[in-house]
Design a protein around this ligand. Structure first.
Ligand code: AMP
Length: 234
């Protein structure tokens, strides 16, 4: 699905142009942003850009930058904004150029990041058209992350670090909810229900805003009736 990235348009199933999604997934750890970002990516052809995945790749490379990154991520602290921009900005520009859209998973996470992202988006005509805020009760978030720890063995999925990441979310990231609500682009969804229900709700909300191609309402390749929320990099 190639498209003119600046216009953010792609060919719809009827041959007409439709708006390509450029969305931010905003949620506390464990609410399902990785899972639903991947799904939305498959539905739309927009690039999935996970800040956490990019950081973990850098750590795995064992570079100096990676060692710096790990000193924050292992404790559940946020990586400083400058480092995040250095790693993320080229990925966003390339991905948006290649696909015409993006699903930003895990960025922005602080008000300074959000303000800088807004400026960056305006400068490059890549402004986000929706922010998807996923919610679930805190005990559910903790239990999903502990399950994931057993499955994936992520260094930051230990109970102490999970609790710290939730506190960091409340302090640093939660203010973004009102910021985006005030800009009229916030969509709020509970993920405390079957994954298929979350996806149907998400499609409805995106369609209501004219952000999804009609093609995307047909079952996608991964839409195989899974009832449980699977959670990898959320
Ligand atoms: P995630 O995979 O989204 O849960 O992110 C894992 C960790 O990467 C977080 O706990 C932070 O330490 C770091 N991280 C991810 N995204 C950001 C960001 N936008 N700003 C600062 N740190 C981040």
């Amino acid at each position: 699905m190639q498209a003119g990235p600046m216009a953010g348009l792609v060919a719809g199933s009827g041959g007409g142009a439709v708006v390509m999604v450029r969305v931010i997934m905003l949620s506390p750890p464990g609410a399902g942003k990785g899972t639903h970002s991947r799904w939305l990516t498959l539905q739309t052809g927009a690039a999935h850009i996970s800040s956490g995945d990019l950081l973990r790749e850098e750590v795995a490379r064992g570079s100096d930058l990676g060692r710096q990154v790990a000193s924050y991520t292992d404790r559940g602290d946020l990586v400083p904004d400058e480092l995040i921009f250095r790693i993320l900005a080229p990925a966003v520009v390339t991905a948006a150029r290649n696909t015409g859209g993006y699903v930003l998973d895990g960025f922005p996470r602080t008000m300074p990041q959000a303000l800088r992202a807004a400026q960056f988006g305006a400068d490059l005509a890549l402004t986000s058209n929706a922010v998807i805020y996923l919610t679930a009760p805190e005990d559910e978030l903790v239990s999903r992350l502990l399950d994931r720890a057993q499955r994936d063995g992520r260094a930051d999925d230990t109970l102490g670090v999970i609790r710290h990441r939730l506190a960091v979310f409340a302090r640093e990231t939660a203010p973004l909810i009102d910021y985006y609500r005030g800009r009229g682009i916030l969509l709020e969804l509970s993920t405390n229900r079957a994954e298929a229900d979350v996806q149907a709700d998400l499609l409805n909300q995106l369609q209501a805003r004219g952000l999804m191609s009609p093609r995307a309402t047909e079952p996608g390749p991964d839409h195989s009736g899974q009832a449980e929320t699977t959670l990898r990099n959320s």
